[in-house]
Design a protein around this ligand. Structure first.
Ligand SMILES: Cc1cc2nc3c(=O)[nH]c(=O)nc-3n(C[C@H](O)[C@H](O)[C@H](O)COP(=O)(O)OP(=O)(O)OC[C@H]3O[C@@H](n4cnc5c(N)ncnc54)[C@H](O)[C@@H]3O)c2cc1C
Length: 357
């Protein structure tokens, strides 16, 4: 049975599909507007953190996504030959999964409902939305809907790049810091890794030279991977933040929380946002309040990690200190659950990071 008031969801990325599926399950009729024609890919590191996996479990999708993708059990940081590794808490894992597969699975689940309609291949217009009782904006990092409501967007300088390589899945996400940004290696199948780079946009070559430059940097940082390369894609300058008034409708995913993607929590936060959005469907203010701790947590972790990036002395010091305190690294990963804040690490765990020697 569906409720009589249809709901419009604008944007068919992970945030839009997740909220659409949750609304359909709650008995609502949903029309989803997506400007691209599927299947949809996205420049992304393609790793869902353990707190995002819990939301996939709620939807009954975690098992199948894990089979289509690959689990990972922690994060390894490296710079040159120095490496430190942290593990998620016992029984917790992330899932590395291609965005094509996420798109395919969520779409199929939505399409199984008679009350689902998908309008694709063009941008949504004001006229499209006039007949809907409610609109949910999941239109991504540049959110045209949020901008239309007067929210200002600050552009960052960073550039995203993503490609895939045939190689056995590593047990952890590997992050390599280098002079121009970071590289993220995520297992996305038993025999494939996704390579994402977040680059300082004004310090790297542009146009045709970018791809070969990225390959050179990748092979230098990870000489152990020499498989065939596929699916090279770039994303222009990444939005740094939104400011200004909150609209009186719900924003989910990157449309709500736009930060540098360095925390690797974007998809997980989008999954959590969809659940909160459906819980507070008729009260945008309660929804924004419910999301505040998660948005604050991801933003604060992002700030902390950004403070140590860049491949210079600060990165080296951070790696040296984490290397001396492996249980502290595990604790940081356990706190990075979209709820806790970095300062909840505790003095005893933080001391090895603060000691100057
Ligand atoms: C290099 C890089 C690496 C990253 N690595 C990770 C990672 O490892 N883990 C992680 O969790 N996150 C990562 N992220 C962040 C993650 O990709 C985003 O947080 C996530 O994709 C947000 O999903 P979304 O659905 O909100 O936005 P999107 O996936 O961008 O979807 C928005 C959709 O809205 C559509 N749209 C926009 N405007 C309109 C319109 N006017 N009409 C109709 N449709 C419209 C777009 O076509 C798009 O499909 C990374 C990001 C980058 C750039």
């Amino acid at each position: 049975m569906t409720s009589s008031q249809p709901i419009a969801v604008v944007g068919g990325g992970i945030a839009g599909l997740n909220v659409a599926l949750r609304l359909l399950r709650a008995g609502h009729a949903v029309t989803l507007f997506e400007k691209q024609r599927g299947p949809i890919d996205k420049v992304c590191g393609e790793g869902v953190l353990p707190f995002g996996v819990k939301h996939l479990e709620d939807l009954g999708l975690a098992v199948v996504l894990r089979q289509l993708g690959a689990p990972f059990h922690g994060i390894e940081y490296r710079m040159g030959t120095r490496r430190v590794a942290g593990s998620f808490a016992d029984g917790e894992h992330g899932i590395g999964i291609s965005r094509f597969e996420i798109d395919r699975l969520f779409r199929a689940r939505c399409a199984a409902f008679d009350a689902f309609e998908r309008v694709e291949g063009r941008k949504v217009t004001r006229e499209d939305l006039t007949d809907f009782a409610q609109v949910i904006a999941a239109d991504g990092v540049h959110s045209p809907l949020a901008r239309a409501c007067g929210r200002r967007v600050r552009m960052g300088r960073r550039l995203g790049v993503r490609f895939r390589v045939q190689a056995p899945a590593p047990p952890r996400v590997r992050v390599s810091f280098f002079d121009f940004g970071e590289m993220y290696i995520t297992p996305v199948a038993a025999d494939a890794i996704s390579v994402a780079m977040l680059l300082e946009g004004d310090r790297v070559p542009h146009g045709k030279k970018l791809q070969s430059w990225c390959m050179t940097q990748f092979q230098r940082a990870f000489p152990e991977y020499d498989g065939a390369v596929d699916h090279f894609a770039t994303r222009g300058h990444i939005v740094a933040s939104f400011a200004g008034p909150r609209p009186d409708f719900h924003l989910v995913g990157d449309a709500l929380h736009t930060f540098d993607p360095i925390s690797g929590a974007g998809m997980s936060a989008a999954l959590a946002g969809g659940a909160a959005c459906v819980t507070h469907l008729h009260d945008a203010r309660a929804y924004f309040q419910a999301m505040a701790p998660l948005v604050g947590s991801v933003r604060n972790f992002t700030r902390v990690i950004l403070a140590f990036r860049g491949g210079g002395l600060r990165t080296r010091l951070m790696l040296a200190r984490l290397g001396r305190a492996p249980t502290t690294f595990d604790r940081i990963l356990a706190l990075h659950d979209g709820v806790h804040q970095p300062w909840q690490l505790g003095l005893r765990a933080a001391l090895p990071l603060l000691r100057p020697w």
